[in-house]
Design a protein around this ligand. Structure first.
Ligand code: BES
Ligand code: MN
Length: 445
């Protein structure tokens, strides 16, 4: 049976690859208002791909003009378990084309990888699901349901509403979230913890209007320097997040060798790691805070004026076990307590997503571990955490607390999701498709 499935995967793979390339050519950047029609196109294309596999699909949205999600169902034998397949069809902005070695929207193969924005995150997740369905054709061993959202990369604002609206069509015994990755090339993984996220824009104001920096400098603080001082209070000298009242937890017992960290992290030569605790704790189960954007006058053309107001985007990753409600309250308290010199600090929440800690035991996990070991020729999957976030998981578990959640995916340590030269490792992708087919077979019992 495994040999049959292997052969079937090999035979469907060229078509799956072709359809993936077509999806990558669609610029479904959910954060870009100018390209929302492309998000519509990727929903339509995704729906068509699943419809061709016999899935009864529908494009749904929380309200008129809200991002399009694809839901659907294909029934298996009576009495078989129901498995919900999740992925997202929106992608991150490609940013500066000059940083890419090939055009971001033209899928290009080099050295066994397929490069392009979304080639991995998460259009390959969609195609792993399509591939598994294609492998089974009319002999699907389980009932499959589908939820492919179009707003994951912008915080899934309308998700709760969508889940509420379509609750009875999304209910499942097991849910497979193809939006994470594996431990290394040749070593599969199941993701058992994810951090949550709180993004907040802050604005610091020190003047009602710009004034001559020579006339008033020395007496009136400028906003950019004041904002920098606020930002500098967010970490202690060792680089730990210095906000009181945030949760930290212990991490899975895995060794992430220093050479791999150096090679995979993108850290420039000589850069020191920040924070304390084991490296995987720092990456997966402690909070992390970064500044991901800054609104300030450009250096070229900067005039001798005191800048009246400046803005920064704070991206706070929170540990499994913490809540966005707690983290947001602690962050705001900290900011308000640390603005110097009577400056005004205002904040606006950009988006939030809860963290997840999964109980990785039970029959669905047994089925998954067996499937992954088989697909990777006897190499058992590692339980790993990730520092990134998939808000859908917590929302879904809230709606369906009895479901088993399996977090899988196509990424590997060099995928460069969200960065330039994002790429899918094609040989690993074949194993991912096989593993998902084996998983569906195993779940059928
Ligand atoms: N696929 C990622 C989540 C992920 C990151 C999995 C790293 C495994 C490793 C997902 O598409 C993502 O990037 N999510 C956003 C969510 C946010 C906008 C709420 C993130 O983590 O920034
Ligand atoms: Mn993703």
């Amino acid at each position: 049976m495994t040999d049959d499935l292997r052969a079937r995967v090999q035979s469907v793979l060229p078509g799956v690859r072709h359809d993936l390339e077509e999806l990558v050519r669609i610029q479904s950047v959910s954060a870009d208002p100018e390209r929302l029609h492309e998000v519509e196109r990727s929903a339509e294309r995704t729906a068509a791909l699943f419809a061709a596999e016999g899935v009864d699909v529908e494009i749904v949205r929380a309200y008129d003009g809200a991002p399009p999600a694809v839901i659907g169902e294909k029934r298996g034998p009576a009495g078989a378990p129901t498995v919900l397949l999740y992925a997202h069809h929106d992608v991150q902005p490609e940013n500066d084309h000059a940083d890419w070695d090939s055009a971001p929207w033209e899928p290009t193969e080099r050295d066994g990888r397929l490069y392009g924005r979304g080639a991995a995150d998460d259009k390959a997740g969609i195609m792993a699901h399509v591939g598994a369905l294609r492998v089974f054709g009319d002999d699907l061993p389980v009932t499959v349901r589908l939820f492919i959202e179009g707003e994951e990369e912008v915080g899934s604002d309308t998700l709760v509403e969508l889940l509420g609206k379509h609750q009875e069509r999304l209910e499942a015994d097991v849910i497979v979230i193809a939006d994470s990755g594996n431990w290394d090339i040749g070593v599969p993984a199941l993701t058992t913890s994810l951090r949550g996220l709180v993004r907040v824009d802050i604005e610091v104001r020190t003047l009602t209007h710009a004034v001559h920096s020579g006339m008033w400098g020395g007496l009136v603080p400028d906003a950019l320097m004041t904002l920098s001082r606020v930002i500098s209070t967010l970490h202690d000298d060792a680089g730990n997040v210095a906000i009181d009242g945030l949760h930290s937890g212990p991490a899975a017992d895995v060794d992430y060798p220093e050479e791999r960290l150096r090679a995979e992290s993108g850290g420039a030569p000589g850069i020191e790691w920040i924070g304390t605790g084991s490296t995987v704790e720092r990456l997966w189960t402690k909070p992390a805070l970064s500044i991901t954007g800054l609104d300030a006058p450009k250096v070229a053309g900067a005039s001798n004026t005191l800048v009246p107001a400046a803005k920064a985007r704070i991206s706070l990753r929170i540990a499994p076990g913490d809540t966005t409600e707690n983290a947001l309250a602690r962050l705001v308290e900290h900011l308000e307590a640390h603005v110097p010199w009577g400056a005004t600090l205002t904040h606006e929440v950009v988006d939030t997503g809860e963290a997840t800690q999964i109980d990785a035991t039970g029959p669905a996990y047994d089925a998954a571990r067996a499937a992954f070991s088989e697909a990777w020729d006897g190499t058992a999957p590692v339980d790993m955490g990730v520092g990134g976030s998939i808000p859908f998981i917590a929302e879904f578990l809230e709606a369906f607390p009895e479901a088993s959640v399996l977090v899988t995916g196509v990424e590997d340590p060099d995928t460069r999701a969200h960065g330039a030269n994002e790429g899918l490792h094609l040989a690993e992708f074949e194993r991912v498709v096989l593993a998902e087919a084996l998983l569906l077979r195993n779940l059928a019992g």
